[in-house]
Ligand binder design. Structure first.
Ligand code: GTP
Ligand code: MG
Length: 433
């Protein structure tokens, strides 16, 4: 990779079948990042199993099961560049059984492309209370993705109707505003992945009423995200390897601070200390790693068995905070009945997943103004905002959103559904840390 262009991790999100993989496969094909012969080969193979409309999606859907079922299951990665940036594309699944994989993808991303289908009924399914357009938008914001781009896809199915495009833009803007995005700062590109409209080139013949950028151009409207190098070091661990001749190598993304070769690091909650012997990113050695870098780092004095996904590395003079309890401000995205104190679903925060109890419902908030609506409510329901005291059932690193936003946002899930998303407003440190 050239050193000149900045690097952005882009996650592609949205409801099942809205065309995420097809749109990105088509774009990669049009800009020459994928060999045309490969698309031809996919077309032939896809035809044999009656899935010819998925030939572009196969660029990203590589698993046998994905191709047979015509859905994305696991994250698909691909590299491409624009005049301004190097992108790592992370294609997420829309199917609601695989939201967990979408969260993992979002946790690695700087920016997101939301794909919504303009097709009659499909857009509506996505933004319905159980739809994944809605759920993914909440999760993206929660996972710290501040910049969003929208593709209003499958415009061919509505005859490139400007009225349909405007209707979708209006409805989606309302949802985006509730979640905390500023819709007036977001680009909405009308596309057809299938017909190649406004993908890598503007298509005024099909959408004469639209004079904005095509998708490929729109990627360069993203702003370079801030790199918080002056904050304490935090690296949530995604995986740990034990490499012959090297030793223990945790892998993760530097969220804040700077890691240098020779540094002493502490990994919490297990509270193990080691010394950094080497750092690398995409097989290139580094002397120091900064926020946004996805790295593997070799630590001396730490065994693979002592640490795991969800732990966080920092410097010993300012170690990652392990929470006894924390207070969060949440929004209830989905719940079939009502939530009362004592409820124990699962907390997803940075790369960690632990059971968590709703210990106290402190107050219910007016979702529009944020002012207190009710003290100590008996229960909270779908659509409510609330301030809640949480008790993790296992040690976990939690930071205040105001200090380290990247480690201060979380999602609450239960039985494969996202129940709530929120931010941490206060943390009570666990004893011994
Ligand atoms: P998941 O990853 O499973 O959530 O789906 P996805 O959003 O990646 O959708 P995918 O790309 O797999 O496309 C689903 C179907 O929609 C395929 O049959 C595509 O050919 C079709 N499709 C995608 N984009 C368009 C489009 O612009 N127009 C039309 N007519 N069909 C499209
Ligand atoms: Mg897909």
């Amino acid at each position: 990779m050239s050193q000149k262009k900045p690097h952005l991790n882009l996650v592609v999100i949205g409801h099942i079948d809205h065309g995420k993989s097809t749109l990105m496969g088509r774009l990669l094909y049009e800009i020459g990042a994928v060999d045309p012969r490969l698309i031809q080969q996919y077309e032939e193979e896809a035809k044999k199993i009656g899935k010819e409309t998925f030939k572009y999606a196969w660029v990203l859907d590589r698993l046998k099961e994905e191709r047979e079922r015509g859905i994305t299951i696991d994250l698909g990665f691909y590299k491409f560049e624009t005049p301004k940036y190097f992108f790592t594309l992370i294609d997420a699944p829309g199917h609601r059984d695989f939201v967990k994989n979408m969260i993992t993808g979002a946790s690695q991303a700087d920016v997101a492309l939301l794909v919504v289908s303009a097709k009659e009924g499909e857009f509506e399914a996505g933004i319905s209370p159980a739809g994944q357009t809605r759920e993914h938008v909440f999760l993206a914001k929660t996972m710290g993705i501040d910049q969003l781009l929208v593709a209003v896809n499958k415009m061919d199915t509505v005859n490139y109707s400007q009225q349909r495009y405007e209707e979708i833009k209006t409805q989606l803007s309302r949802l985006l505003r509730i979640v905390g995005y500023k819709p007036e700062e977001i680009l909405f590109v009308p596309t057809s992945a299938w017909e190649g409209v406004n993908v890598s080139k503007r298509s005024p013949d099909k959408t004469p009423w639209y004079n904005g950028p095509c998708l490929y151009e729109a990627f360069d409207y993203f702003k370079e995200p801030p790199r918080p190098i002056d904050k304490p070091l935090r690296i949530p661990i995604q995986d740990v390897y034990s490499i012959k001749g090297v030793g223990t190598v945790p892998v993760g993304r530097v969220e804040t601070g700077v890691l240098r070769v020779g540094d002493k690091v502490i990994i919490n909650p297990p509270k193990v200390i080691g010394e950094v012997k080497s750092i690398e990113t995409h097989h290139t050695p580094l002397q120091e790693a900064i926020p946004g870098d996805n790295i593997g780092f070799n630590v001396k004095g730490v065994e693979k068995s002592q640490i795991r996904r969800g732990d966080v590395a920092g410097h010993p003079d300012n170690p990652p905070t392990v929470a006894e309890e924390f207070v969060g401000r949440i929004f209830v995205i989905y719940h079939p009945t009502a939530i009362a104190a004592g409820y124990t679903p699962v907390l997803h925060i940075h790369t960690a997943t632990v059971p968590v109890t709703f210990a106290e419902l402190i107050h219910k908030l007016d979702p529009r103004t944020g002012s207190v609506q009710e003290e100590n409510p008996q229960y909270i329901k779908q659509g409510d905002s609330a301030v809640v005291r949480f008790k993790p059932r296992k040690p976990v690193v939690v930071e205040k959103f105001s200090e380290i936003p990247q480690l201060g946002r979380f999602a609450i899930r239960d039985s494969g559904r996202t129940i709530a998303a929120g931010v941490v407003i206060d943390v009570k440190k666990a004893e011994g840390y």
